[in-house]
Design a protein around this ligand. Structure first.
Ligand code: 4HQ
Length: 246
């Protein structure tokens, strides 16, 4: 899978994504991440890419033309019109199913606004998907773009070392992860749950599943709506919540 990240801060995204698991996947060519510097497509002698908003107001806006030229360069390179995701609090809130859907694309363009955003007219022409990573205001779309590249990349076959780990993760079955423990057996007086040391694999799996259900009921009961629970697990949810949600 190839990502093209259109940004005024290419170092920020390349330094971030070039690190750890995504960085290793880039080295192995399982993943292509290319930062497209919008400033390279500035059309005036001062290389500026922002201007004041018509009608007044605080801050600067990224101009339409450099963004459009940068997009056309990507389109030429790819040889077709790829999906273009614009990161904005006005978009649909990102979730795991969206990551799964985006992971089916060959190429994906992520457009990062900075300052007060981008001239609406170029967004109308090139953006196919408006996506938010949550209800808070950031200074730019770079961190959201990195979040999306990270979440999508780990679904690309081979990116995670353990190829089963992606499907057993939180949200795959709409339950939170169970607690995990490593050595030592006792730390700050706290024992590792004995079942995990028993070597009884079926009991370990049963305990983990119960822990996932309990955690989800306590911390994210909203997720249970989409979780597939048997009657025993639903009873456990009633016990934890002290009420019936089924
Ligand atoms: N932005 N999820 C870029 C965000 C944001 C978010 C604010 C995007 C500033 C220019 N993007 N503009 N939350 O806060 O995606």
């Amino acid at each position: 899978m190839r990502f093209y990240i259109m940004t005024l801060f290419p170092d920020m995204v390349m330094n971030g994504l070039g690190t750890s698991i995504t960085g290793r996947a880039m080295e192995k060519d399982l993943l292509g991440v290319e930062a497209v510097n919008i400033r390279d497509y500035a059309f005036n002698k001062h290389n500026s890419v922002d201007d004041y908003p018509y009608g007044g107001g605080a801050g600067m806006l990224m101009q339409a033309e450099p963004v459009y030229q940068a997009y056309n360069a990507v389109k030429e390179k790819v040889g077709r019109s790829p999906r273009v995701v614009y990161l904005s609090p006005q978009g649909r809130t990102f979730h795991q199913e969206m990551a799964e859907e985006l992971a089916r694309e060959e190429e994906l363009v992520l457009l990062c606004g900075h300052y007060e955003g981008i001239d609406e007219r170029v967004l109308e022409e090139i953006v196919t998907d408006y996506v938010s990573i949550g209800d808070y205001v950031l200074t730019g779309g770079e961190l959201p773009a990195m979040v999306i590249v990270d979440a999508v990349s780990r679904l690309v076959p081979g990116v995670l070392h353990n190829d089963v780990s992606a499907e057993f993760d939180s949200f795959q079955d709409n339950l939170l992860e169970y607690p995990q423990y490593s050595r030592p057996e006792v730390w700050h007086g706290k024992q590792v749950p004995p079942v995990l040391l028993s070597g009884h694999h079926a009991n370990v799996e049963k305990w983990r599943r119960e822990q996932s259900v309990i955690r989800t009921a306590r911390n994210r009961p909203d997720l249970l709506e989409k979780a597939d629970l048997d009657e025993t697990e639903k009873e456990l949810v009633r016990k934890v919540l002290g009420r019936d949600i089924y």
